[in-house]
Design a protein around this ligand. Sequence first.
Ligand code: 5GP
Length: 225
Amino acid sequence: MVRKIYVTYNDVHKLCQESAPYILDNFKPHLMIAIGGGGFIPARILRSFLKTPGSPNIPIQAIGLSLYEKLPSKTTNGSSSSSANGAVEEEEHDDVVEEAGTQVTRTQWLDMSALGELSNLVGKKVLIVDEVDDTRTTLEYAVRELEKDVEEARAKMGSEAKTEFSIFVLHNKDKPKKGHLPDDILNGRYLAARTVGDEWICYPWEAGDIDQHDKMAEEAKKEQV
Ligand code: 5GP
């Protein structure tokens, strides 16, 4: 039985909007790196709310990392019911959930032609954006690899300037993590708009039928009241 939480575009918009002041005050990013595909839409929405009068929009760079692969899930008859915490308990049916792979695959990395050179990241505050922190494997990989790249660039430049990475996710699953993040990020530059249980979160951009998706989200919200 897979418990699902349905998140709408409006939910995503509001989570980004409410998180922006904290990010501006505490992380002060010069640049965002969105982990695709799930980090793209939150990063774009966030950019609007991070814009300060008189300053240009914060640039967004994209990287593509893939840990999950689509596998048919064990299911039964297609009906579902909402539970008090807004999750929907799917009774088993012909459905697809994504199952964790074991290895992170790089499908896209920083666009150096747009960045100029990696040296442009040296000394900057960089906000990494993804939609969900599940096992943390992807975030660990992203931070480790980006830090490695920046270190190389810093050494080449002979620069002392530190690059400061911070992280924003819409949802963090409260569960034991396989991946680890540096303490300074985890304890000071990490923001999850919501912490949820170990459920499967259905994001609107993955919905085959967005009206049905929104209906499921609406029903779950009614159950909560
Ligand atoms: P992690 O490396 O933290 O285990 O997983 C990160 C990636 O797995 C996310 O960027 C996302 O693509 C996928 N993922 C993990 N949990 C969920 C979930 O509940 N819903 C969706 N839609 N994707 C998930």
